[in-house]
Design a binder for this molecule. Structure first.
Ligand code: NAD
Ligand code: UDP
Length: 311
C-alpha cells in the first residue's frame, strides 16, 4: 500500500483517479480548492478508511508525507482557464514548484498531468513527443499552454538538479463520467445540449479535429507510467481516433435523438486546427493502447449525464 497525494483530486480526472487508486489498495489524500472540482465528485469515497480530503490551493506551500504525488490541479476547460489567466499560470507554475519541493523533501515519485496543448496549433501531424510545438506565447490560450510547458521545464530541472523521480504524461482530450455539465468542453457541451433539446454549438466551421480518449483508458496509462521504473516521459496518452467536431456532433445527435439543430459560432482565437496523438512510445514503453471506442465511451458518458441531469 502506498500513500498517494492527488492534487486537483475533486475534478473530472482527479476524482476518477482517486477512486482507481483506492480500488488498487492505496491510501489517497485528495487536495483541491474546488475551483472547477466538486466535493460531490468524491462524496462516495468519504467513508473509505484510506481516503482523506483536504481543501487547499496548490499555489500555497503544503506539507504531507507521501510516497507518490499526482499533480492534476489546474482548470482544463478553455472558458475556465481563461476566466482568470494569471491564476491559471500561477497554478501551473507555483503548483509545480510546491509539488516538486515536496517530492524533493519526501523522495516521493511525482507525476505531472501535462497536455497536448504543449504542441499548440501543431504543424506536425500526428504529434510525437519529440515535436517541440507551435504555441502562441501571448494569446488567450497561452496561460494554459505556456503554464504547462513551464511546469514540464521545472519537472526536468528538479530531475536533473535534485534527482527528483519524475513522470510526465501529455494528455489528449479525455471525456467520461464526472465531467461537469457546465465545463464548456466539447463532449460535455454537445451531450448536455442534445439531452436538453438545445442547439448544438459548433465553433468555426466544425472541420477542426480532436482525438477523444475515454477516462478509464487514460487512467490505465497513468498508473502504468507512474509505476514503471527508469522512465520519465514525456509520454503521450490519448486515443488516435480522430474526428471533426461536425462528426462528433452528428454522432451525439444520432445517439440521443431529439430536435437539436447545429448552430455555428465564432471560432475562438488560436483554436488548434488538428490534433492526434502519436502513441508509439506508450505502446512500446507501457504496452498501453486505448480499449474503449468513441461510440462505446459516448454511450457510457451519455448515460452518466442523463442521470446527472435527472432526465
Ligand atoms: P477539471 O477542471 O475537472 O479538474 C481540475 C481540478 O483542479 C479541479 O478539481 C479544480 O478545482 C482543481 N484546481 C484548479 N486549480 C487549483 C488550485 N490552484 N489548487 C488546488 N486545486 C485546483 O479538469 P480535468 O479534465 O480533470 O483535468 C485534470 C488535469 O489534467 C489538469 O491538470 C488538466 O490540465 C489535465 N488535462 C486534462 C485533459 C482532459 O482532456 N481532461 C487534457 C489535457 C490535460
Ligand atoms: N468546440 C465546439 N463547440 C463547443 C465547445 C468546443 O465546437 O461547444 C470546439 C472547440 O472550438 C475546439 C474543439 O471543440 O475546436 C475542442 O474543444 P475543447 O474545449 O473540448 O478542447 P480543446 O480545444 O482544449 O482541445
Amino acid at each position: 500500500m502506498k500513500r498517494i497525494l492527488v492534487t486537483g483530486g475533486a475534478g473530472f480526472l482527479g476524482s476518477n483517479l482517486c477512486e482507481r487508486l483506492l480500488n488498487d489498495g492505496n491510501e489517497v489524500i485528495c487536495m483541491d480548492n474546488y475551483f472547477t472540482g466538486f466535493k460531490s465528485n468524491v462524496e462516495h469515497l468519504m467513508d473509505h478508511k484510506y481516503f482523506e480530503l483536504m481543501r487547499h490551493d496548490v499555489i500555497d506551500p503544503f506539507k504531507v508525507e507521501v510516497d507518490q504525488i499526482y499533480n492534476l490541479a489546474c482548470p482544463a476547460s478553455p472558458p475556465h482557464y481563461q476566466y482568470n489567466p494569471i491564476k491559471t499560470m500561477k497554478t501551473s507554475v507555483m503548483g509545480a514548484i510546491n509539488c516538486l519541493g515536496l517530492a524533493k523533501r519526501t523522495k516521493a515519485r511525482i507525476f505531472q498531468a501535462s497536455t497536448s496543448e504543449v504542441y499548440g496549433d501543431p504543424n506536425v501531424h500526428p504529434q510525437p513527443e519529440g515535436y517541440w510545438g507551435h504555441v502562441n506565447p501571448i494569446g488567450i490560450r497561452s496561460c494554459y499552454d505556456e503554464g504547462k510547458r513551464a511546469a514540464e521545464t521545472l519537472f526536468f530541472d528538479y530531475h536533473r538538479q535534485n534527482g527528483v523521480d519524475i513522470r510526465i504524461v501529455r494528455i489528449f482530450n479525455t471525456y467520461g463520467p464526472r465531467m461537469n455539465p457546465d465545463d464548456g468542453r466539447v463532449v460535455s457541451n454537445f451531450i448536455v445540449q442534445a439531452l436538453r433539446g438545445d442547439d448544438i454549438t459548433i465553433y468555426g466551421d466544425g472541420q477542426q479535429t480532436r482525438s477523444f480518449c475515454y477516462v478509464d483508458d487514460l487512467l490505465e496509462g497513468f498508473v502504468r507510467l507512474m509505476n514503471k521504473d527508469g522512465i520519465t516521459g514525456p509520454i503521450n496518452i490519448g486515443n488516435p481516433g480522430e474526428f471533426t467536431m461536425l462528426e462528433l456532433a452528428e454522432k451525439v445527435i444520432q445517439k440521443i435523438g431529439g430536435s437539436s439543430k447545429l448552430v455555428f459560432q465564432d471560432l475562438p482565437s488560436d483554436d488548434p486546427k488538428q490534433r492526434q496523438p502519436d502513441i508509439s512510445l506508450a505502446k512500446q514503453e507501457l504496452d498501453w493502447e486505448p480499449q474503449v471506442k468513441l461510440d462505446d465511451g459516448l454511450d457510457l458518458t451519455i448515460a452518466y449525464f442523463k442521470n446527472k441531469l435527472a432526465l
